[in-house]
Structure formats: C-alpha cells, structure tokens
Design a protein around this ligand. Structure first.
Ligand SMILES: [Zn+2]
Ligand SMILES: [Zn+2]
Length: 414
C-alpha cells in the first residue's frame, strides 16, 4: 500500500487581520545535482523535533464505522512542543496508524473521547492491550462525557469494557504485570459549555455539547502556547461550535457526503441516506457555513470516505459556502501549527514498524495473583514439545542472565 500522497504546503500570513493562504514555491531550490530537494510533502515519523510553541496534529482515522484499508475510524493525535501527547477519539482500526508513528507507548496514555459510538472509541482495546504488551508502564487515562443517565456515560462504558475484557485482563495481569491494564476514567458533564476538562503543564482542554444521535456527545478545544486547535466530534451544526471554535487556528470538524452518495455508494436505503448527511451529521454546505462563521486559520474536514469517486462532491458542497484554507483529510495527514504557519503534509510511515522503546520500564510481574490456568489444562501440556525449545532457551538464559528466573525449574513436578 503506497502512502505517499503529495499535498500542497500552505503558509498563511496575516495581512490587515485577514488570513491569505498562498502556495510556497515548489520545494525551494535545488542548487546542486547531488543535493537534496527541500522536503515539502512528507512527514517522516520520529524525525522532526517540535518547537516549544508548536503543535503537530496527525490524522490516525478519518473514515466511517465500516473502516477500510486506507481509512480507519475517527482518531486524531495531538503532539505538543512541551512533550505532551493526546489522542482525540480512537475509532476502530486507528491503532494501526498510531503504531506506524513509532511513538513509545509510555507517551500514549491520554485519550479524550467525543462520544461512545464505536467508530470513535472502538480502537481503545488495541491501545489498552497493545500498549500493555509493548511497554506502557502506567494505566491508561480516559476523559469522556457523561450521558443522560449513568449507563450512557463514559465511566459506565469503560467499566464495562474492562468487564467484557476480563479474560484478557486477568491473563495479562498474571503473566505480564497488572498496572498498565488499569484505566482511570475522568468523566465530565456533557452539558458543560466551554468547560475546562483538563488543565496541566500549560495545556487547557475544554468541551462543549455536540448534537448527534442523543445526549452525551461533545467537541473539544485544546489551547497551548497561544494556539487553539478544535477537535469536533460527530455533530450537526450547533450554536456552541460557532461560538467556542471562533478564530481557532485549526478546526477539525466532521463533514458528510450528500444523500445520493449514501444510496449509490454506501448501501443505504434512501430514507437513511438523506438523514445521515444532515440530521445526524454535517453536510458539505453546512460544514462550509460553520467555517465561514468560525473563520479558522485552517479548516479540516473528516468522517467521509476520501477517494476519487466521492471526494469532489464533498469538496464542492463545502465550497458552496466556504472559500478559506481547507484540508480534505485522510489517514496519516499531518498538520504543523505555529503562529507563523500551518502546513499540511502526508506522513510516510512504515507498514511493518515495531514498537519503539522509550525510557520507562514496566513494573515486574506481580506475585500472588490468581493463576488463570487449572491443573486440568496444565496437565495437557506435551512435554516433548516444550523440551524442543530447551536448547534455545538455555542460550537465551545465558545471554540475558535469567538463571534465577528459569520458569522451567520444577515445571513438570507441579
Ligand atoms: Zn457518532
Ligand atoms: Zn462517527
């Protein structure tokens, strides 16, 4: 799968208070036949330090609940110049994109959920368990809205996520170590209007209500170093986004294709298609109307299948009502935001990355936890099969100095 999708680089200078997007020249100048062309299209994960007052946003999911190879469900990673990283929504399939960025899992422990549709949090299990097996030393922390009743809120959802995943939890807790398998939930009132839900280390995150399918969904803004980035969850046009996203630097907002796309491409009955675009979500013209009112330095549309067949009808819909800077996002699109410029690039990421170690180490296995394996199953072990690994294990025992921890000692006497 080729991930290289050249995009244009925008710089957005201000003239008399008006943002004027213009295109930079084609990658600067190549002055030497053996020299390199200054890069303008691509972000290579892990190769660029952030400036102190810079925010990098990476789309790790931009598609639909039925995710596809090119687009996972909703997920945006925010990386800040102070070292903080926040995951806003973690839809189904998005972990593959997060993992491709090769960020040590010790830094990926904060998740903010806009609402509890699976295309916005269905990937939590992969971060929870995958980060656990790949070295996260601490519990995950999840922020999300309350619901109309307790059983419609984030706390209930996460508690029951852990219950549903009890077998996974118990077996990993016993074999690895239990702490990274815990989840700390910070549930906040979904009705809060521009309320602060997180404030630390120079970062303020606020929420306000969204209108989508039922009570509970919210949108977020993140303020850092005098910059403001908005992550809108699923919503129809609402008064809060128009007020609280106003003049933000980057505004990420959902945008849906028109009804005929759902009928002809999306396998939906007409009565559903013509509600999906506009009663549950935001159409192109409605997205444009919002952006014309909010006037961000740069607008980002997501939550549509972005390919040649149906991209342009979404774009044309937006352009009916908005003529400002715009990204039609797809997975692994990257925005760097500073006071001076907002750039849009594509990440060129490896398909086969291993997790990269950080500096933190997981706590050792905890003794005394209940063994999730009975004698009945244990007694089914075929000794000759196990012993086929002995020679290799002996070598590794010596290499890593594991005599003290040789799990084979007395293994067959139990
Ligand atoms: Zn939704
Ligand atoms: Zn959604």
């Amino acid at each position: 799968m080729t991930r290289i999708r050249p995009r244009l680089l925008f710089a957005v200078p201000f003239l008399a208070g008006v943002a004027l997007p213009f295109l930079l020249g084609a990658g600067g100048q190549v002055t030497d036949p053996v020299g390199v062309a200054p890069d303008r299209y691509t972000y290579y994960p892990g190769t660029e330090a952030l400036a102190k007052d810079e925010i990098r946003v990476i789309a790790c999911g931009t598609g639909m609940p039925d995710q596809r190879l090119g687009q996972a469900s909703a997920c945006f990673l925010f990386e800040l110049g102070n070292g903080d990283k926040f995951i806003f929504d973690i839809g189904s399939g998005s972990m593959r994109n997060i993992a491709a960025l090769m960020i040590p899992y010790q830094y990926l422990d904060k998740v903010f959920l806009s609402h509890l549709h699976t295309d916005h949090w269905g990937g939590l299990g992969s971060l929870w368990a995958g980060g656990w097996t790949a070295g996260r030393p601490v519990p995950l922390e999840v922020w999300g809205p309350s619901g109309m009743t307790p059983d419609m809120g984030t706390k209930y959802a996460v508690e029951h996520f852990l219950k549903a995943n009890n077998w996974d939890y118990q077996t990993r807790a016993y074999k690895i170590t239990p702490v990274p398998g815990q989840i700390t939930v910070h549930e906040f009132d979904y009705k809060g209007e521009n309320q602060v839900v997180y404030q630390e280390n120079g970062v303020t995150i606020r929420s306000w209500p969204a209108i989508h399918a039922g009570d509970g969904p919210v949108s977020f803004s993140l303020e850092y170093a005098g910059l403001k980035v908005v992550f809108g969850g699923d919503t129809t046009p609402n008064k809060w986004v128009v007020e609280y996203a106003k003049n933000a630097d980057l505004v990420i907002h959902e945008v849906f294709p028109p009804p005929w796309v759902w009928v002809e491409w999306g396998n939906q009955p007409p009565q559903l298609g013509w509600r999906a675009c506009c009663e549950f979500h935001t159409s192109g013209p409605a997205f444009g109307k919002i952006m014309s009112e909010v006037k961000p330095r740069h607008a980002v549309g997501y939550h549509f299948f972005n390919e040649e067949a149906t991209r342009y009808v979404v774009y044309d819909g937006i352009r009916e009502t908005y003529d400002g800077p715009l990204s039609m996002s797809t997975d692994l699109m990257v925005w760097n935001v500073t006071k001076d410029a907002i750039t849009e690039r594509m990440a060129v990421a490896p398909e086969d990355a291993w997790s990269v170690p950080g500096t933190a180490r997981q706590p050792p296995p905890q003794k005394g936890l209940p063994d999730p394996m009975s004698d009945f199953i244990r007694n089914g072990k075929w000794r000759e099969g196990y012993e086929a690994s002995d020679e290799m294990l002996d070598r590794m025992m010596e290499k890593y100095d594991l005599e003290e921890q040789d799990w084979r000692k007395g293994y067959w006497d139990r």
